[in-house]
Write a protein that binds this ligand. Structure first.
Ligand code: ADP
Ligand code: MG
Length: 266
C-alpha cells in the first residue's frame, strides 16, 4: 500500500533525515502535533512560520537537545532518537551564535574540536582552515566580543563546519543582522552547500530568504506542517488558506517597507 510520498522517496533513495510522528508538549500544552517529513541528501529545506509555531523545538528535537514525547528521528533511515547530539553527525548554528565571549575566534572553533577524538590532535590547523573558508582568517586571534554580528556568525558557522557535519541546522541565522550581512549570509550558505553537498535545514521568518535559497519550503503554523513543497508551488498553489495568507501577508509587509523607504529614504 505505497502512498505517492513513499513512491517518490523510493525513487530517490533513503532520505537523509526524517521525522516520524513527532509530538512534543510543554507544561501540558502540545507544541508539536505529530510532524512527519523527509529531507533528502544534499537538499536545502527552509522552515517558514510565525514566532511560537514550533520551529526551534523541531530543530532541537532533530539534533537531540530535546526529546520528543512520541515519534522518531531517523538519519539515513536509522533511528537516532535515543542518541546524544554529539553522536548524530549534525551541526547547529544558533540565532545568538552561542560563542564563548572570553575567547578569540580560533579558540571558539578549536574548543569544539577537543571533544572529537578524530580531530582533537589537529584541531588548531582544522580550526584555522575552517575560519579561512569563511573569510575570517585575519580575525582568528581577535576576541569575539570585538566582532560585528555578521563576523560572529561566521565564527559560529566555522565552528560547526569544522566538525564536518552531514546535516547543518540554522535557527534564524539572519534575524539579528543588517541587510548587507543578510545578503552575504545567503551567498555564504549557498557556497557551503555547493562545495560540500551538506544537507541544510534553515529556520527563517523571512519568506524571501526561504523562497530564494531552498529546494523546498516547509510552512509551519501552530505545531503543524501546512505545506512542504518547492518555492514555486508554495507561491502559486498554496495548500490552504493559512499558507495563502502567510505568503500574501509577507509580500504586503515587504511592499510596505519599500514604500516607507521610498518616502523617507531619499
Ligand atoms: P518558534 O521557534 O517557532 O518561535 P518554539 O519552538 O520556540 O517556536 O516554541 C513553540 C512553542 O513551545 C511556544 O508556545 C513556546 O512557548 C513553547 N516552548 C518552547 N520551548 C519551551 C520550553 N523549554 N518550555 C516551555 N515552553 C516551551
Ligand atoms: Mg525559534
Amino acid at each position: 500500500m505505497a502512498s505517492a510520498a513513499t513512491t517518490e522517496t523510493e525513487k530517490q533513495g533513503v532520505p537523509k533525515l526524517s521525522a516520524r510522528g513527532i509530538v512534543k508538549s510543554f507544561d501540558g500544552r502540545e507544541a508539536l502535533h505529530g510532524l512527519d517529513f523527509d529531507i533528502m541528501d544534499g537538499e536545502f529545506v527552509s522552515i517558514l512560520g510565525p514566532s511560537g509555531c514550533g520551529k526551534s523545538t523541531t530543530l532541537r528535537i532533530l539534533i537531540g537537545l530535546e526529546r520528543p514525547d512520541s515519534g522518531r528521528v531517523l538519519l539515513d533511515g536509522k533511528d537516532i532518537t535515543d542518541l546524544a547530539p554529539s553522536q548524530r553527525h549534525m551541526g547547529i548554528v544558533f540565532q545568538d551564535y552561542a560563542l564563548f565571549e572570553n575567547m578569540t575566534a580560533i579558540e571558539n572553533v578549536e574548543y569544539a574540536l577537543r571533544f572529537d577524538p578524530e580531530k582533537r590532535d589537529n584541531r588548531m590547523s582544522i580550526a584555522r582552515d575552517a575560519l579561512s573558508r569563511l573569510g575570517m582568517e585575519e580575525f582568528a586571534d581577535k576576541p569575539v566580543t570585538g566582532l560585528s554580528g555578521g563576523q560572529m556568525q561566521r565564527v559560529s558557522i566555522a565552528r560547526t563546519l569544522a566538525l564536518n557535519p552531514q546535516v547543518i541546522l540554522f535557527d534564524e541565522p539572519t534575524s539579528g543582522l543588517d541587510a548587507d550581512a543578510r545578503l552575504s549570509f545567503r551567498s555564504l550558505v549557498k557556497d557551503i552547500q555547493s562545495q560540500s553537498g551538506t544537507t541544510i535545514l534553515l529556520i527563517t521568518h523571512d519568506q524571501e530568504e526561504a523562497l530564494s535559497l531552498s529546494d523546498r519550503v516547509m510552512v509551519m503554523g501552530e505545531g503543524r506542517i501546512h505545506q512542504m513543497d518547492d518555492p514555486q508551488t508554495i507561491v502559486r498553489d498554496p495548500a490552504d488558506e493559512y499558507v495563502r495568507d502567510f505568503v500574501t501577508k509577507n509580500i504586503q509587509a515587504k511592499y510596505d517597507s519599500l514604500a516607507r523607504f521610498a518616502q523617507n529614504g531619499q
